[in-house]
Design a protein around this ligand. Structure first.
Ligand code: FE2
Ligand code: FE2
Length: 178
């Protein structure tokens, strides 16, 4: 699959609204630390990509429609990761794959704490929906704590995509539980 195909595929799995172009060139360690959690913390874009790819591969044969949707959603999450990483860098912090909670820095790892390894379609989709809900809650919490409207506008735009992901995953879940 070439790059253009990936972009076309991803457009089915995100809101048809451009992302705010923000160009911040001033250090803001407090915001960068919060954003690291969204980028590669316990609940994060990096973790979402890993989980979607695992579910995409393991469900591919039996549930090709679910697998295709997870591929498209994972591409959107990679775009979110890219945008958060750029922003963290602009805020003066290296975008390493780690989170920072309660003052403790933890590098992201692929243990079951961070990735749901379920191979049942129902359990996998439930875990994916739950992760999207937690991601939105975390973005909303960070919006309250960040006092830069440019950063807030990006997080609000990302939330719109996560809401679409919940809708898509929920309809697939219903398809295989009804
Ligand atoms: Fe995302
Ligand atoms: Fe998402």
């Amino acid at each position: 699959m070439d790059c253009q195909e990936n972009c076309r595929l991803a457009d089915k799995y995100r809101v048809n609204l451009s992302y705010p172009e923000i160009n911040i060139q001033e250090p803001n360690e407090k915001a960068a630390k919060l954003l690291l959690n969204d980028y590669a913390g316990h609940v994060s874009e990096f973790g979402a990509i890993a989980q979607y790819i695992f579910h995409m591969i393991t469900l591919e044969k039996e549930y090709p429609d679910v697998s295709d949707a997870l591929r498209g959603i994972a591409i959107v999450e990679m775009d979110h990761l890219d945008r958060l990483g750029d922003l963290i860098k602009e805020l003066g912090t290296l975008p390493e794959f780690k989170g920072c909670e309660h003052g403790k820095v933890t590098y992201w790892n692929a243990t079951p704490k961070n990735v749901n390894y379920s191979t049942s379609v129902k359990k996998a989709l439930l875990a994916d929906i739950s992760a999207e809900i937690k991601a939105i809650e975390q973005y909303e919490e960070h919006i309250k704590q960040i006092d830069d409207d440019r950063i807030i506008s990006l997080l609000q735009r990302i939330i719109l995509d996560e809401q679409i992901h919940i809708e898509i995953l929920t309809s697939l879940y219903k398809k295989y539980t009804d």
